[in-house]
Design a protein around this ligand. Structure first.
Ligand code: IMP
Ligand code: MG
Length: 179
């Protein structure tokens, strides 16, 4: 698996330090009371596991499975909610976690849905944000790292379902992506 990586963009230690800082900020920003964390599957799993263990607050966890269809697959840029149910969010203070902010469609759609369902407040955290013009402008409260507009894997992010378990964020070799 590691042989498929062209270069490491953000290594494990750097990520861990950044998560300490984000967790401290989350603890300061949220009002007293139990926080509801919503993890967007599957990409935010690793980020969430490492971040939440640093947050010293009462919290509950829900997961949402969404799929976004970009460019080639569906030009309408639809975001589908794949779960049968939707968590009870009315009146809750929510921390929404995703792996990466790319076109902005996913977070835009999920935030709209949470607002519609009566969430009291939604804060958003992403491990990565691509530096690009987004299809949907969406404000994010905590960004781990800003990166260029290139395809990355690892630390939860996949290419064709794989590489999520790499402990760092990296760029794949062209020979792997071309296959
Ligand atoms: P959106 O385009 O902002 O809606 O991002 C949707 C999803 O695309 C993210 O949650 C990721 O799962 C996926 N994605 C976007 N960019 C990358 C990348 O560079 N590597 C792996 N997955 C990505
Ligand atoms: Mg994904």
């Amino acid at each position: 698996m590691k042989d498929d990586i062209e270069r490491v963009l953000i290594d494990e230690e750097v990520i861990e330090k950044r998560l300490d800082a984000i967790a401290a900020k989350v603890e300061r920003d949220f009002p007293e009371g139990t926080l509801l964390v919503i993890i967007l599957l599957k990409g935010a799993l690793v980020f969430a596991a490492d971040l939440l263990r640093r947050v010293s607050r009462q919290l509950e966890i829900e997961c949402l499975n969404v799929a976004s269809y970009h460019g080639g697959t569906d030009s309408s840029g639809r975001v589908d909610f794949l779960d049968r149910g939707f968590p009870e969010v009315k009146g809750r203070h929510i921390l929404l976690l995703d792996d990466i902010l790319d076109t902005g469609r996913t977070l835009h759609a999920v935030k709209a849905r949470l607002a519609e369902a009566g969430a009291a407040a939604v804060h958003t955290a992403v491990l990565l944000a691509k530096d690009k013009i987004r299809d949907e402008e969406v404000s994010v409260d905590y960004v781990g790292f800003r990166i260029g507009d290139e395809f990355v894997v690892g630390y939860g992010l996949d290419y064709q379902g794989r590489y999520r378990n790499l402990p760092y964020v990296g760029v794949l070799k062209e020979s792997v992506v071309g296959k």
